[in-house]
Design a protein around this ligand. Structure first.
Ligand code: ADP
Length: 177
């Protein structure tokens, strides 16, 4: 599904974050050491190749809520923005830390004059954040930035399953009727 607010388009799609070839920057649901691993981080490091881990080593460790940017290497994307989401029940307040991830990623994207960005559902896998609550934080945070964007024109949320996509669609419809 797709909605345009001002001159910015928001999209929710089902897919793999490493297969967003039309997007300039993809976001990694990273770990503090910016290493490969399971979930999104594993998929991104496998697709980008070993040079990504080399560039990441110089930037690690990062704190919950932080975002750092690297090249995309073998990915079809020019950049990867690595965000460390909160571990649910551990890094508190979870909603503020998660919002900080989305805000910091958008700020970096604007600094690098990036026109399009794709986010996975940060913290909702291994880090245990309930998807509907995380979706609300993600969408509200992104929407709150729309009126001040100079470069971003397309913001895509990439969900890994039909059920995750339907949760995003439901929250989307509640926030932007
Ligand atoms: P975190 O450690 O921040 O929870 P995960 O990578 O474990 O990050 O999961 C974040 C979300 O991304 C989960 O909803 C998971 O289902 C989803 N996911 C896992 N692999 C991919 C992928 N290749 N593309 C898009 N989303 C993915």
């Amino acid at each position: 599904m797709q909605k345009t607010i001002g001159n910015v388009t928001l999209e929710c799609v089902k897919g793999d974050i490493t297969s967003q070839a039309d997007i300039t920057a993809i976001v990694n649901a990273a770990n503090a050491q910016l290493r490969s691993g399971g979930g999104v981080a594993g998929a991104i490091h496998r697709a980008a190749g070993p040079e990504l881990e080399r560039q990441c080593r110089r930037l690690a460790p990062i704190q919950p809520g932080d975002a750092v940017i690297t090249k995309g290497f073998n990915l079809p994307n020019k950049y990867v923005i690595h965000c460390l989401g909160p571990v649910f029940g551990v890094d508190k307040p979870e909603d503020q830390i998660l919002a900080k991830c989305y805000n910091n990623a958008i700020t970096l994207a604007e600094e690098y004059k990036i026109d399009s960005i794709a986010f996975p559902a940060i913290s909702t896998g291994i880090f245990g954040y309930p998807l509907d609550a995380a979706a609300e934080v993600a969408l509200r945070t992104v929407i709150s930035r729309i009126s001040q964007l100079d470069y971003l024109r397309l913001i895509r949320f990439v969900l890994f399953s039909d059920s995750d996509l339907s949760v995003y669609k439901k929250i989307f419809a509640q926030i932007i009727p």
